[in-house]
Ligand binder design. Structure first.
Ligand SMILES: NC(=O)C1=CN([C@@H]2O[C@H](COP(=O)(O)OP(=O)(O)OC[C@H]3O[C@@H](n4cnc5c(N)ncnc54)[C@H](O)[C@@H]3O)[C@@H](O)[C@H]2O)[C@H](O)CC1
Ligand SMILES: [K+]
Length: 531
């Protein structure tokens, strides 16, 4: 599913109207029926709700949408009370006025609000828990918020209501999910036509609840394409890594995982086990001399082990046998120091294949110092930072990145010609072809030590199975396959986390339980072929 910013949405609407002859009224009419279908089937019937539905009406087309939904609900036998928040306002849009008129004639109960106390006392006097439809502000919202709306939104948020936001929760900006002094905290958001970037960023994600997209009839050609999309199973695809039944272990590649300083070998082990569990033929974990026995004492028997040289020039080292490997993961538990930096730089310069750069390996690099090395690297480089690591790498503050994650992501991908997975409750994947994928599947159980190491291992394991075409001057065989492997890895990690949370609960699940459930995750993703 494509995700858009406001300009893209406006362009789609403009082309639909000018070139296809679609009209604003038709869109609103479709919002009305589709929105009423959703509210009736998924909320009112589920809740067995027979009370009054409260509609909060602003003055733009967001309000027109809410009124159209309400009119349809009344037509199906539900009771709706609409609070018209700006009754004597000559700034109300034409569609809003038309819909107020229609709502009245269909039997929506209209309360013209002269004073915010009217709404407050309604909420206080009626003991019911409510269903509230928020149609105050949509994509036309501009900061800041008036005192009047500040009080109204607090009143709604303090009630026990189930709140459904039309298009975007009022008080949230649609592009970057910024919040005014207060914003409606929705349980569900009905995105009109397509989801907006603001639904997935920062406060926008916190206030949107479950985001559902209403198909309001825009031509398919207009709502497909674009550079941003949700990471869904159709994106992940079903073709990657089809297994050859006559294969031997070398067919499925060899992943090298480099990391694990004393006390942190678990990170290296979890990454290695992640690589092993996605069907990689062979996995070698390499660590420092000082932690070698700690690592061998804890790793699975299937994992081979090796040493990281104490200096990049050490000829006896595993790093000089890089030809044996099809993909490298570097960073989990590696340690942050000059030697680590030397090793990371050496690997990026010498290894002729995909490198997953994770955790400490990201911390020892720096965008301004290292962008040239990264940009000129001939083979795929995949960074897997969380928000803090990403910010440090770029030199920006976490707050700055949180507010404009997609802009930062695109810029850094461009400057390094690398793939980036910016991890968080919502992860953003950026690829050098300009595409951004949004992996929105909040699961706080995944915020557990080692979960990132597992992801790095999964990616290294999948990439090792997608071998380089060494005859074509070492260029990765197919960029589409590369992006697909990354999407599959992120998807499998998320789904395995979801299954682990279901089994153990978000408190008790651990990174190891994500690895345990990878096989179920691949089945759920319809990737049975990989096993
Ligand atoms: N996706 C589409 O193509 C369509 C979306 N539609 C819906 O229309 C809204 C956007 O409508 P618009 O009229 O442009 O803006 P709003 O309704 O969001 O609000 C504009 C209205 O609000 C006033 N306003 C702005 N900021 C503030 C503020 N801080 N305090 C008070 N009032 C404010 C502004 O002055 C205007 O009067 C979109 O979200 C969808 O719901 C249509 O269905 C058409 C197609
Ligand atoms: K709204």
């Amino acid at each position: 599913m494509r995700v858009v910013d406001i300009n893209e949405m406006k362009e789609i609407e403009k082309v639909a109207i000018e070139e296809y002859g679609f009209t604003e009224s038709l869109i609103i009419e479709n919002v009305g029926t589709r929105g009423a279908d959703f509210i009736e089937d998924s909320i009112l019937e589920e809740l067995d709700y027979v009370g009054e539905i409260v509609l909060l009406v602003g003055r733009g087309n967001n309000a027109a949408d809410g009124l159209a939904i309400s009119r349809n609900l009344v037509n199906r036998g539900h009771r709706v009370r609409a609070f018209i928040l700006f009754p004597d306002d000559d700034q109300s849009s034409e569609e809003q006025q038309k819909q107020v008129h229609l709502a009245k004639s269909y039997g929506v109960r209209i309360n013209e609000v002269k004073n915010i106390n009217q709404v407050q006392s309604y909420f206080e006097e009626t003991q019911d828990s409510y269903v509230v439809i928020d149609a105050v502000l949509g994509t036309g919202f501009k900061l800041p918020l008036s005192q009047y709306l500040f009080e109204l939104f607090n009143c709604v948020n303090n009630s026990k209501s189930i709140t459904i936001a039309v298009d975007i929760p009022s008080g949230i900006t649609a592009n970057i999910g910024a919040k005014s002094s207060v914003a409606i905290s929705a349980d569900f958001t009905l995105a009109i036509g397509l989801p907006k970037t603001g639904h997935y960023i920062d406060e926008g994600a916190r206030h949107s609840g479950q985001v559902l997209t209403l198909d309001v009839g825009f031509p398919k050609a207009l709502i497909s394409g674009g550079d941003k999309a949700l990471l869904t199973s159709d994106v992940i695809g079903h073709t990657f890594g089809a297994r050859n039944k006559f294969a031997h272990k070398n067919t499925f590649g060899h992943t090298l995982v480099v990391g694990g300083s004393p006390g942190l070998t678990g990170a290296c082990i979890m990454a290695s086990n992640g690589a092993l569990k996605v069907g990689t033929g062979l996995v070698t974990a390499a660590t420092w001399k000082e932690s070698y026995y700690e690592l061998t004492g804890r790793s699975l028997p299937e994992v081979m082990t090796g040493l990281i040289p104490s200096s990049a020039k050490d000829k006896e080292s595993i790093i000089n046998e890089l030809d044996r490997y099809d993909a490298v993961v570097i960073g989990p538990g590696l340690g942050v120091n000059e030697t680590s930096r030397d090793i990371v730089i050496e690997l990026l310069s010498q290894f002729a294949g995909p490198v997953v750069v994770d955790a400490d390996a990201i911390k020892v690099l720096d965008l301004s110092k290292d962008s040239e090395l990264l940009h000129t690297r001939k083979y795929p480089t995949i960074f897997t930072p969380h928000m803090g690591e990403f910010a440090k790498f770029t030199g920006a503050s976490v707050d700055e990145v949180l507010q404009r994650p997609i802009d930062y992501l695109k810029e850094v991908v461009d400057r390094t010609n690398s793939c980036f997975i910016m991890k968080g409750p919502c992860s953003f994947l950026g690829f050098p072809n300009g595409n951004v994928f949004i992996n929105y599947y909040p699961n706080d159980g995944m915020a557990t030590g080692g979960s990132g190491d597992v992801l790095a291992g999964i990616l290294g394991g999948l990439l090792a199975q997608n071998p380089l075409d060494r005859n074509q001057s070492g260029i990765f065989m197919d960029k589409t396959m590369l992006y697909q492997a990354i999407c599959l890895g992120v998807g499998a990690h998320t789904v395995a986390g979801k299954i682990a949370a279901k089994k153990y609960g978000v408190r008790a699940m651990t990174a190891t339980s994500i690895i345990e459930h990878l096989s179920d995750a691949f089945q759920e993703l319809n990737e049975d072929d990989i096993y």
